[in-house]
Design a protein around this ligand. Structure first.
Ligand SMILES: N[C@@H](CCC(=O)N[C@@H](CS)C(=O)NCC(=O)O)C(=O)O
Length: 216
């Protein structure tokens, strides 16, 4: 198996973490990326496989996939243990919805901040900050009676752990008052599969002279 990711790819990191959780052996290729030109020029395999021209991309024999959530489904079908979707239908549906919300409701606010100088501190950041902080509060409430977002540790936790790391990078950290959420963050950050991915990302940020938010 080969995974194409990027040194600061939130979506690529999701896939790398899931593969490590399942103890899958894979080759990791980091596509060209720098803080100035970002992902340009694009890697030829990314262009060949993904019409959206984005990482992550996965190749496993004849299987060629893009999109982190599609790749999650492939990993779960091919390597069912340990399960990363809960087993009960209702919990599984909730996990899938939370994973979607993390990528498509929460993270777009973060992407908008990436386009503002000073990110969350920019005068126009208000609506995105509000969106991020409202989501933090919702997740804190959800975690009042459970250790992980959908009960057992799942893809939803992997997705939201990575997404909140980038929100914190954009100067919208988790408020210290959200104790359930902070405890969850520490719990996820301590997982060896997560460390294997977040530690190199933190090193990349430090080497690029960029601030590293609290993440554990
Ligand atoms: N929905 C996609 C999003 C992938 C995505 O946005 N990838 C970013 C890196 S984290 C990328 O390749 N950006 C370069 C570009 O859009 O040109 C997924 O889940 O994989």
């Amino acid at each position: 198996m080969k995974i194409y990711s990027g040194p600061l790819s939130m979506f690529g990191a999701k896939v790398e973490i899931a593969a490590h959780e399942k103890a899958i052996t894979f080759d990791l290729e980091m596509v060209p990326f720098n803080m100035r030109t970002l992902y340009d020029p694009k890697h030829p395999e990314v262009l060949r496989i993904n019409p959206k021209r984005q990482v992550p991309v996965l190749i496993d024999g004849t299987v060629e996939l893009f999109d982190s959530t599609q790749i999650f489904e492939y990993l779960e079908d091919g390597w069912p243990a340990p399960a990363l979707w809960p087993s009960a239908a209702q919990d599984r549906a909730q996990a899938r919805l939370l994973e979607l919300k993390s990528d498509e409701v929460f993270f777009p606010h973060v992407i908008r901040l990436m386009g503002l100088r000073g990110a969350g501190e920019h005068p126009d950041a208000g609506p995105s900050r509000d969106g991020i902080e409202g989501f933090y509060r919702d997740m804190d409430r959800l975690l009042e009676d459970r250790e992980y977002l959908a009960g057992s540790y799942s893809y939803a936790d992997i997705a939201f752990f990575m997404a909140q790391f980038f929100a914190a990078r954009m100067a919208v950290p988790m408020p210290v008052s959200l104790s359930h959420l902070l405890a969850w963050r520490g719990r996820v950050a301590r997982r060896p599969a997560v460390r294997r991915v977040i530690d190199p990302m933190v090193d990349f940020l430090r080497q690029a002279g960029r601030p590293v938010p609290a993440f554990d």
